[in-house]
Design a protein around this ligand. Structure first.
Ligand code: PLP
Length: 393
């Protein structure tokens, strides 16, 4: 029996109590002053996490809608585009661009690894007239964090006019992001990730160069036309009826994030990620992602040969732990433990404890206590707290 599941998905994430309450509020007039003030608070509160002073459009749609907005507002059919893909979400944004008629060249990186700036330079050499380069910040399907600063610099070296479009649906708010400093033109993020709210809102930040590009871009758009969003936002509104309940939650999520502060948030994510990696490794699992580029938001874990995913996942679910399976070609090969947004180290220790119990139940050779102990040591290390080598020593 469990009363509250330990929801360890890489989004949607478990909501803090005050965010849940915010979502249950009575509706407000989305053409009135209360909504206008909320919209202002949300965009102002998000800017430090995005590292930008640019306008941020808040759309009522899934993260994928935000990606589609980035594509259709920047590009014209026939535009040459480099799609750097390190996993399923890199494939998705490239597919969106293709769907609307862009001439996309893919740079496909082995899943589990980050993109190498030198490889991006080489791929761009014959494409120096590229209109845009599509990058994924945190690839949720593989648990890999791309080095966006270095990748954006590589793009600027070879194709200075190319717009740098970044899917950071699951990245911004979990690690530092400096849109303006890194020369990123468009960043997309989503409410159900670091912002600690329900799904349904996507945020798209665009540089002055990107806002200018919208004027000449010829891909069709209506609902997702960012110019309409900017115009409406200048009057404290959205062009269409917004997902008010989710906006209220994002407002509260951003308030909580501002109160905690970016540094503490990033440290907490680092501690939870390190604890997860050490915990699962101590249980004998192999990590999927290149350790030098491991995500702070989600850890992907190889399913060992002989461990039946259905039986294992059933044992986890009976104990109230909800993790994600593999996506696309990784289905049945990995599982993923989410640790973003409202996550705390004790929740990770609990998750590792359940992974340990289920492992023991299914006959894996695990010594009780090994997983949580390793996880706790890793978290303490991130916080700079020395653990005594042995109790009583
Ligand atoms: N991009 C990344 C990196 C994601 O993690 C996700 C969702 O998990 C998306 C895009 C798509 O977001 P949504 O499922 O809200 O459409």
């Amino acid at each position: 029996m469990t009363f509250e599941p330990n929801l360890r998905l890489p989004g949607p994430i478990g909501l803090p109590p005050s965010v849940r309450e915010a979502g249950g509020r009575q509706m407000i007039n989305h053409r009135g002053p209360e909504f206008a003030a909320m919209l202002d608070r949300i965009t102002a509160g998000m800017r430090p996490f995005l590292g930008t002073s640019n306008d941020v459009a808040i759309l009522s749609c899934a993260g994928t809608g935000g990606l589609e907005a980035a594509v259709v507002n920047m590009l014209s059919p026939g535009d040459r585009v480099l799609g750097v893909s390190i996993g399923s979400f890199g494939d998705r944004i490239a597919r969106i661009a293709e769907t609307y008629g862009a001439a996309v060249t893919k740079l496909d990186v082995e899943w589990g690894r980050a993109a190498d700036p030198a490889a991006v330079r080489d791929a761009l050499a014959p494409l120096s007239d590229a209109r845009a380069v599509l990058l994924t910040h945190n690839e949720t399907s593989t648990g890999v964090l791309n080095p966006i600063a270095a990748l954006a610099a590589a793009v600027r070296d070879i194709a200075p006019d190319a717009l740098v479009i970044v899917d950071s649906v699951s990245g911004v708010g979990t690690v530092p992001f400096d849109m303006d400093g890194w020369g990123v033109d468009v960043v997309v993020t989503g409410s159900q990730k670091a912002w600690m709210a329900a799904p349904g809102v996507a945020m798209v930040a665009a540089s002055p160069r990107a806002w200018a590009a919208m004027e000449s871009a010829r891909m069709p758009r209506f609902y997702l036309d960012l110019r309409r969003h900017r115009e409406a936002q200048a009057t404290g509104q959205t062009p269409w009826t917004p997902a008010i309940g989710v906006f209220c939650q994002v407002d509260e999520g951003v308030r909580l994030m501002t109160a905690e502060g970016p540094e503490a948030i990033f440290r907490r994510h680092e501690a939870c990620a390190a604890a997860t990696r050490s915990g699962v490794a101590a249980l004998g699992f192999e990590l999927f992602a290149d350790p030098d580029h491991a995500s702070k938001a989600v850890t992907a874990v190889h399913l060992p040969d002989g461990l039946d995913w259905k039986a294992f996942n059933g044992a986890l679910r009976r104990r109230g732990l909800v993790v994600a399976g593999g996506q696309g070609r990784l289905a049945g090969k990995i599982f993923r433990v989410g640790h973003l947004g409202s996550v705390t180290v004790p929740e990770i220790l609990g998750a590792i404890g359940v992974l340990e119990e289920a492992s023991i139940e299914l006959g894996r050779p695990v010594s009780p206590g090994a997983g949580p102990a390793a996880a706790q040591r890793a978290a303490l290390e991130v916080y700079g707290i020395a653990a005594a080598a042995r109790v009583g020593a």
